[in-house]
Design a protein around this ligand. Structure first.
Ligand code: NDP
Length: 291
């Protein structure tokens, strides 16, 4: 028989998770602060608990949380008896919040697994879309419930340090932020041109970004060996010189280059230090923040 799931939180994401477990035949108990959101799930066979504490008390399998933020997790679990429970937190947060929450949950006699969801709700329960969840923390808990955890999306266990799922999640979102800044600048350059097919441009742009993302492997190898010139395909001096054309074109097109300038300054600084023969990995060494 299938692992029973207790799910606290029925926002857009929690609701999608719930439907996937119901569809896969898992007994499901749900709770949400605003109770009406449970009704469609109850019609689909879920049981709605009256309080979060009651949902936790009756849990015979993992207690999954998918709430707005870490504060709402604290509020929701406050007053619940966690002793002996398996807590799986799919609420997005920082690594520091995951460390504190792990200790808080462990102090209450429960095991803790943190998760970071790399998917949007329409991807949940549809493995072909490639969505997955980063997990970190209690490895035994993960192994015991792995089959159930893989129902909504794939599972990537990234370490026993409870903060590592959040760190992976935030690192990917941070990289995405830089990519979106680049896309925004690119559209600013082309969007006012007449006779330029924006849909065709978008296709070329997406393909190019996909091809360039491969450079992250080159960077990983350089960081691992400490030799930032290892396997360099495009050296920093060449890229820094090319930046002048990027800035000149932005100026000519009437586009503010502010989204690119800080990164270009970092490149110029590294070249000025005499490291023009390196790849991008040397820039990582310029980033530690002063305390
Ligand atoms: P929603 O805003 O749709 O839902 C928020 C949920 O949190 C609701 O169930 C809400 O209850 C509950 N909540 C908020 N504050 C409290 C509180 N103080 N006490 C108890 N419950 C509270 O968010 P999502 O479902 O989209 O997101 C949930 C988590 O999933 C977030 O951490 C988000 O970062 C993560 N996630 C979401 C993705 C997405 O695309 N949606 C993608 C990846 C991760 P109520 O119904 O009563 O308001």
């Amino acid at each position: 028989s299938k692992t029973p799931i207790t799910l606290l939180g029925l926002g857009d994401m929690g609701t999608a998770l719930a439907h996937s477990w119901l569809a896969a035949g898992h007994p499901l108990t749900v709770w949400n602060r605003t109770r009406e959101k449970a009704e469609p799930l109850v019609r689909g066979g879920a049981r709605a608990a009256d309080t979060a504490a009651e949902a936790v008390a009756s849990a015979a399998g993992p207690v999954v949380l998918c709430l707005l933020d870490d504060d709402s997790v604290g509020e929701t679990l406050d007053g619940a008896d966690l002793n002996g429970k398996d807590v799986v937190n799919l609420t997005t947060g920082t690594p520091a919040q995951a460390w504190r929450r792990a200790r808080w949950v462990n102090e209450r006699g429960a095991r803790f697994l943190d998760g970071g969801i790399m998917a949007v709700p329409p991807m949940i329960g549809r493995p072909e879309t490639g969505g997955y969840v980063f997990y970190s923390g209690d490895r035994e808990l993960f192994d015991r419930h792995r089959e159930a955890l893989e129902v909504p999306a794939g599972a990537e266990f990234v370490g026993e340090d409870p903060g590592h799922a959040a760190l992976h999640d935030i690192a990917l979102l941070s990289a995405m932020t830089g990519m979106l800044a680049g896309i925004t600048h690119a559209f600013a350059l082309v969007s006012r041109e007449k006779d330029l097919d924006l849909a065709r441009f978008a296709g070329l742009l997406a393909e190019w970004l996909g091809a360039m993302a491969g450079s992250s492997q080159e960077m990983a190898a350089q960081l691992a060996s400490g030799d930032y010139t290892e396997g360099v395909t495009s050296n920093l001096a060449m890229m820094a010189a090319g930046n002048d054309s990027l800035l000149a074109t932005a100026r000519d097109q009437g586009v503010d280059p502010r989204l690119l300038v800080p990164f270009m300054e970092l490149m110029r600084h590294r070249v000025a230090q005499g490291h023009g023969d390196e790849g991008l990995a040397g820039l990582v060494s310029l980033l530690p923040a002063a305390h």
